[in-house]
Write a protein that binds this ligand. Structure first.
Ligand SMILES: [Zn+2]
Length: 481
């Protein structure tokens, strides 16, 4: 090797090192900038079933003969540059964990977003068709359709992602909330369907024996508002602890007040006819014991659908009333954590199993002691067939100083209030019927009162399940703090 070649080679090596260093610096500065770039995208997917399927949510299962308004899966994806969070809120009464586990897995396979960061919940409209299938291992046609739509809606929301800013607010709207479990005047008969006596009645009607509501509702409407960098609304995700409103004619498919709210808030904030479209979302809070019916005042004389428009428009107006006060942030940190919690299935006393077998074996001519006696005889026997333990998914999201808890039950308002109280975050809310549906979740105190939500079959898990769930959620919140 002569001197000339050596110098050339030396120069080449120095140049290469310089170039590599420069490249490393520029890559490092790009990744710092990307890390601080907040992005969001939203989308809807139509999940309206064909006419003729059975509508679930009430005691009968009438055939769908009319679509009043289309059903949707509504999706919001947030991205802080290193973590993505996915919300999918579905117009359905409840979706089971077998379907939602599969949906979250397929979304992960197609988008590389981990299942921990994907939250799918039902709105709890009582006027949609079943998404639970026949309970076998294979999904039915509507479930397969839902699975493909859930994956699609997330991919479309990702396609719609753009640099964004985020803020939040809340407003109390207590006037539509009534705890539907009532304590009654002494001496009022309160039979349960398996021969016992309760201390409260669910939906007692406008009885002269009403004493007081057996619980407190959570009046807060919390919401996240997401806008483009230029201030164009992208999405608003709200959370309110009210069951469905209803007053929907038999055989009609409707997304209930949840969809009316989404539509109304879009109009109020001037986000109609945008490209990409604005997405309003109303998630269901902790509404397991809270309905829209005030049994202490006279019955309304309202047209079908009138009440759901009334409630949704009023909630949207009140959210809009504080919408202008939202402080937006250009970037904040996102986080997600999940835990699979194993809960004991509630043990049915032997005498109730024997009693249920007797009820089902007797001739139809025997007068039942309760109008749901036969239904609950069946439910008790099927509860008794369940495994000793079930695994449920608990999930927590962090959005800056905001915490969101997700529980796969119909949760009582008092549990939601406790989560807000104990949360380490500045503000929090709970989305119920998230990532599964395992029935009602009364607190141990509410179990002592009895009533529909605590009956064997409507309630399926150990009586202190709500305590364990809140404790675990606080651990998840603290791990994200
Ligand atoms: Zn319900």
């Amino acid at each position: 090797m002569n001197e000339y070649n050596f110098k050339t080679e030396f120069q080449l090596i120095v140049t290469a090192i310089l170039l590599l260093t420069l490249n490393w610096y520029s890559q490092a500065s790009v990744s710092v900038n990307e890390k601080k770039l907040f992005k969001a995208g939203a989308a809807t997917a139509n999940i309206t079933p064909p006419l003729g399927m059975a509508i679930v949510g009430g005691w009968g299962n009438p055939e769908a003969i009319h679509i009043h308004d289309e059903l949707h899966a509504r999706c919001l994806v947030l991205d802080d540059g290193s973590t993505k969070l996915v919300f999918v809120v579905v117009d359905n009464v409840h979706l089971r964990s077998d379907l939602l586990d599969e949906a979250r897995k397929r979304i992960m396979d197609d988008t590389d977003i981990p299942v921990t960061n994907i939250l799918i919940s039902s709105t709890h409209t009582h006027s949609a068709v079943s998404g639970s299938g026949k309970g076998s291992d294979s999904f039915d046609e509507y479930q397969k359709f839902l699975l493909s739509r859930f994956v699609d809606v997330v991919k479309i929301a990702i396609n719609n992602m753009e640099p964004a800013k985020i803020g939040w607010g809340s407003v109390d709207v207590p006037e539509h909330l009534f705890v539907r479990r009532w304590k009654m005047k002494p001496g009022t008969p309160m039979p349960n369907p398996y021969g016992g006596e309760d201390k409260v009645v669910m939906n007692p009607g406008r009885s002269p024996n009403l004493l007081e509501q057996a619980g407190v509702p959570d009046p807060e409407v919390s919401f996240l508002s997401i806008q483009s960098k230029e201030g164009r609304p992208i999405a608003l995700l709200a959370n309110y602890s009210l069951h469905y409103v209803g007053w929907i004619p038999t055989g009609h498919v409707s997304a209930d007040y949840f969809a009316v709210f989404a539509d109304r808030i879009q109009g109020l904030i001037g986000a109609d006819r945008q490209d990409p479209p604005f997405v309003g979302i109303m998630s269901n809070g902790t509404s397991g014991d809270v309905s829209n019916i005030d049994f202490s005042s006279p019955r309304w004389d309202k047209e079908p659908y009138e009440q759901m428009y009334y409630v949704a428009n009023d909630v949207a107006n009140k959210v809009f009333g504080v919408y202008g006060e939202i402080q937006y942030q250009d970037w904040l940190e996102l986080g997600a954590a999940t835990e699979i919690l194993s809960l004991s299935v509630r043990k049915v006393p032997k005498r109730l199993i024997r009693r249920s077998e007797e009820v089902l074996a007797r001739p139809d001519t025997v007068e039942p002691i309760h109008r749901h006696e036969v239904t609950y005889a069946r439910r008790i026997l099927s509860l008794n067939q369940m495994p000793d333990k079930i695994d449920i998914t608990l999930q927590a999201f962090r959005i800056g100083s905001f915490g969101i808890a997700a529980i796969p039950f119909e949760v009582f308002a008092e549990t939601g209030l406790e989560i807000k109280e104990r949360s380490p975050f500045e503000r929090s809310f709970t989305i119920e019927l998230a990532n599964g549906a395992f029935g009602y979740l009364p607190t141990p105190e509410q179990h002592k009162l009895g009533g529909y939500e605590t009956w064997y079959g409507t309630n399926k898990v150990e009586e202190d399940a709500s305590v364990k769930i809140v404790d675990r959620l606080m651990k998840l919140f603290n791990s994200l703090k």
